[in-house]
Design a protein around this ligand. Structure first.
Ligand SMILES: *[C@@H]1O[C@H](CO)[C@@H](O)[C@H](O)[C@H]1NC(C)=O
Ligand SMILES: *[C@@H]1O[C@H](CO)[C@@H](O)[C@H](O)[C@H]1NC(C)=O
Ligand SMILES: *[C@@H]1O[C@H](CO)[C@@H](O)[C@H](O)[C@H]1NC(C)=O
Ligand SMILES: *[C@@H]1O[C@H](CO)[C@@H](O)[C@H](O)[C@H]1NC(C)=O
Length: 328
């Protein structure tokens, strides 16, 4: 080949190399934007891992109870609240008629759902996890845990908040986003009655609660969801091995936190937890929540066995079904 030919060939090779390098660099920055580092998310991973715990349970169970399932009760529930809806169907029908059961489109359409369950534990104090928490697709919070004033440690995004009447925050607008789903966890028929009287502005009933719930509660009915009691059932049965029929006196039940993890393993592809865990039983002075000065003593008589729940969560951590963002 003549020198001019070699030159041309070298030029072509150079152009080719530049093109390849350029396309690689574009792929990184353009086709796969990684502006904020997110955990790799494997579709169906949480379900696969959780099936070892929950057995062959079905993903067909709706997350939220839906009106159409109660027009004609086709398969009546085997259990009463909190594990089923047996005996509460009429009340529930009225509640479902004025609330909603849909999963928001922005969650429904995700190919892989990254979720974080934010517990109320003291370990979140000074954790600076706020920004990390806000990056998840779904942020699940519990009960009346505040966000305002704690954003740096717990974040400000709330996709769902699980609550029951006695644990409802009196000012839901301050502690939630306009589109937060307020997910009612019903323990007793009175809990359906409470939400009905609030939303339909009927005469409030004050009796039947162990702590006075809000009587006026400024929420949009379209934000309210009723959690399927199926999750309470499998949390109690599969995670805590509790008998489904308990004598009135002991009535042990899962905490809202354990329930939320169970729900997340069903709804999400990746489940992280933060702010879980209680101090050791002998540690009587340590506060248990990030926002209030109460100790383990307040859990006495709550029907929760925190050491048994700790074992259940440890098992889930060990098998990789969930990952902890704060030490457990
Ligand atoms: C799991 O459930 C599916 C659908 O209900 C069923 O077809 C399958 O045989 C079950 N597998 C086991 C191992 O029980
Ligand atoms: C959190 O940080 C503040 C300010 O640095 C400090 O005063 C406080 O003791 C810390 N709280 C905990 C629980 O570590
Ligand atoms: C709580 O669970 C632990 C561990 O499973 C058990 O040893 C203990 O007896 C339980 N406590 C109560 C009050 O049931
Ligand atoms: C999560 O828990 C494990 C085991 O309890 C612990 O070794 C690990 O340090 C924890 N992770 C974080 C980020 O604290």
């Amino acid at each position: 080949m003549c020198p001019a030919g070699w030159k041309l060939l070298a030029m072509l090779a150079l152009v080719l190399v530049v093109m390849v390098l350029y396309s690689i660099s574009r792929e990184d920055s353009f086709y796969f934007p990684i502006p904020e580092k997110k955990e790799p998310c494997l579709q169906g991973e949480a379900e696969r891992k959780a099936s070892k715990l929950f057995g062959n349970y079905s993903r067909d169970q709706p997350i939220f109870l839906q009106l159409k399932d109660y027009f004609w009760v086709k398969t009546p529930s085997a259990y009463e609240l909190p594990y089923g809806t047996k005996g509460s169907e009429d009340l529930l029908l009225r509640v479902l008629a004025i609330t909603s059961s849909s999963i928001p489109e922005n969650i429904q359409s995700l190919r892989c759902r990254r979720c974080v369950v934010v517990g109320n534990g003291h370990r979140l104090r000074n954790s600076s996890l706020g920004d990390a928490i806000n990056k998840y697709d779904v942020v699940i919070r519990l009960n009346n845990a505040p966000v305002a004033g704690y954003e740096g440690d717990v974040g400000s995004k709330t996709t769902m908040r699980l609550f029951y009447p006695e644990s409802a925050h009196f000012d839901p607008k301050v502690e939630n986003n306009p589109d937060t789903l307020l997910v009612l966890v019903a323990f007793k028929a009175m809990d359906f009655h409470w939400i009905e009287t609030i939303l339909s502005d009927k005469k409030r009933v004050r009796k039947g609660f162990w702590k006075q719930p809000p009587l006026i509660w400024d929420v949009n009915p379209k934000q309210i969801r009723i959690l399927n009691p199926f999750f309470m059932e499998i949390a109690a049965d599969k995670l805590l091995s509790l008998p489904m029929q308990q004598p009135q006196k002991i009535k042990q039940k899962p905490t809202t936190g354990l329930l939320a993890i169970t729900l997340a393993l069903h709804l999400c592809d990746l489940v992280h937890i933060a702010g879980f865990g209680y101090p050791d039983a002998y540690n009587k002075k340590q506060t248990i929540h990030y926002y209030e000065q109460i100790t383990l003593k307040s859990m006495v008589g709550s029907g929760h066995n925190v050491s048994q729940e700790a074992l259940a969560i440890k098992r889930m951590l060990e098998m990789g079904a969930v990952k902890n963002l704060t030490s457990f």
